[in-house]
Design a protein around this ligand. Structure first.
Ligand code: UDP
Length: 251
């Protein structure tokens, strides 16, 4: 795999599940949020990396889930977007306790709670070393926060999307059920789409592919991983324009 340089500005995508204890599933675990905040603080204070974050809401509510059964999809998606605001505020609080300046920008207006999303202002915050947390997705139903991550990363000129997950990369099959599943060190966008690999949804992958925006998929809570990814070390799987076969013996 080709050596790559460190990233100066990144967009970290945190799914709602990143906020909850994997054993409990759902809700917000303050200890886990603190852990993520500490890693981001470390990265931002010592490396000066500019960090934007898109938070999901699946730990609280998803518009297309069974718990929304029977609801109008747009209303259910509005609930999902509001769920992401709850996570954003939890992360903001944890980051500020670590001494990191932050701003939450929301795509659904709620001026008492957060700034509105304004691209130029978001970029200024990043340049000043603030972590900018994007909440409420794109503000439109039928989208996901994965697509939001791709969209916002492009808008603010991030060099990569960092997708922190509970597994350590992208596998050719589900590693939880198939012991022989192999992890890719790198893979191209089309292969992800054609093989239906669970990296991000197809809309998000297409947007990244069309604009040549790489995605690094890595295990979020393996200590120091965020920093390693940003520094250009080989961690997890990189999804980009040219890819390869599974890393032999990996897994
Ligand atoms: N959502 C939406 N438009 C967006 C982003 C999110 O309608 O631009 C809604 C949708 O209902 C989604 C929910 O918000 O199910 C939570 O987002 P997502 O499922 O992406 O969260 P994650 O899976 O990352 O926790």
């Amino acid at each position: 795999m080709a050596h790559r340089t460190a990233y100066k500005r990144v967009l970290l995508k945190l799914s709602g599940e990143a906020f909850s204890d994997p054993e409990v599933k759902g809700g917000i675990d303050p200890g886990i949020v603190r852990q993520v905040a500490r890693e981001l603080a470390d990265l931002q204070i010592s490396d000066g990396t500019e960090v934007a974050v898109v938070v999901g809401g699946g730990n609280i509510f998803r518009g297309n889930s069974p718990s929304a059964g029977g609801m109008d999809r747009s209303s259910a998606d509005h609930m999902g977007m509001l769920a992401t605001v709850i996570n954003a505020l939890a992360l903001q609080d944890a980051l500020e306790k670590e001494g990191v300046e932050t701003r939450v920008q929301t795509a659904i207006g709620m001026q008492e709670v957060a700034e509105p999303y304004i691209r130029r202002r978001a970029i200024t915050h990043l340049e000043k070393g603030r972590v900018v947390i994007f909440a409420a997705g794109l503000g439109a139903p039928y989208f996901t926060t994965d697509t939001t991550a791709a969209q916002r990363a492009l808008e603010v000129g991030a060099q990569a999307i960092l997708k922190g997950t509970q597994v350590d990369g992208v596998y050719d099959r589900d590693p939880r059920t198939e012991a022989s599943a192999e992890r890719y060190e790198e893979i191209d966008f089309l292969a992800v789409l054609n093989q239906g690999l669970k990296v991000m949804d197809a809309t998000a992958i297409s947007l990244c592919m069309d604009n040549d925006l790489p995605i690094v998929v890595f295990e979020l809570l393996a200590g120091g991983n965020i920093r390693r990814v940003v520094r250009g070390e080989h961690v997890g799987t990189i999804v980009h324009a040219t890819g390869g076969a599974p890393a032999s013996g990996a897994g």
